[in-house]
Design a binder for this molecule. Sequence first.
Ligand SMILES: Cc1ncc(COP(=O)(O)O)c(C=O)c1O
Length: 385
Amino acid sequence: MVSERATRTTPFAAMDVLERANRMDDVVHLEVGEPDFDTPAAVTEAAVAALRAGETGYTSSRGKPELRRAIAAYYDRRYGVDVDPERIVVTSGSSPALLLAFSTLIDPGDEVVLTDPYYACYPNFVRQTGGRISTVPLSADEGFRPRVSEFDRVLSPETEALLLNSPANPTGAVLEGSTLEELVDLAGENDATVVADEVYHGLTYEGEDRSVLEFTDDAFVLDGFSKRFAMTGWRLGWMVAPPDYVGHVNRIAQNTLICAPNFVQSGGVAALESGADFLDEVRDTYRERRDYLVSEVEDWGLSMGYTPGGAYYLLIDVSDLPGDAFDAADFFLEEAGVAMTPGPDFGTNAEECLRVSYANSAERLAEASERIQRALASVELSPAD
Ligand SMILES: Cc1ncc(COP(=O)(O)O)c(C=O)c1O
């Protein structure tokens, strides 16, 4: 019989929309969070050289020592934080790192607190490991940034973990260092562990990237190469685990994942050691696209009510359009040939929204905007009071 856990796993709407859009002609893709840049050449060359040198066997399940050293050096360089490479476990993307973190932390019924809107896959990671979620509501008029007092209200003795994501998917909100520090303290007071998803670090346009590791060693930090180095298909990420947990994480990784691909890990070393210029260029490009799209949304007559500070997403409010957010996504896909993701996938506080990804070229964004304006010309918007 199919397990209850499997039947409770919800589909990832962005991938569903993508599959549908791929069956249609000439769609502008604003639904998936996938960089449109090529992986830096130095990374590809390093991986090819590793393949040619026969680096095709298993590695240690924690990852190659040179990659773990490069990751530790990165924390020192970027955040001034000393991370022992022994606390680092390399994974095939940050997604398996999330699964490892929750597998290590969660007993059946344990609570994980998330902000809502959240990355659509988070509740499924928690459910896979037998946990349950509680949420801290976020709103556009507060820039989708959480209040520490709201976390305080939601945390309970059953809370095992707080999951933080900055810059955030789907809102692009960036948390300030002072907020992170207060949340770390609050978690400590409640015997809960912070799990920080920092995959969008490097793609920050307002404020600065602050790692949770600046404030505590007792946190799981997940990160990876997919977003900032345009390496989604390489499947490479990592976790920094609290000292008391890393042995447990590694035992689960040894049994279930064995290791991340050997030659791919060599590409990762090259990305960390030579990717800084690439990252600057990519960030400036995304910032320009964000500025463009934010001003276009106003021209469409739709509202956002906030300015995203990072990642490459924005949430637009479609409550003035007829029907719900799924109808709005259908409308833009069918009438305008523009694919966007319905907000309900990202939580109740995104229910009246669409998530728009600007990981697409300036030309395609301009094309999308023109098509959307044309499609909207035939629709009566009904502004809510
Ligand atoms: C917030 C967030 N975390 C994690 C991931 C997973 O990324 P990967 O497994 O490619 O590292 C994504 C992908 O979209 C994401 O948006």
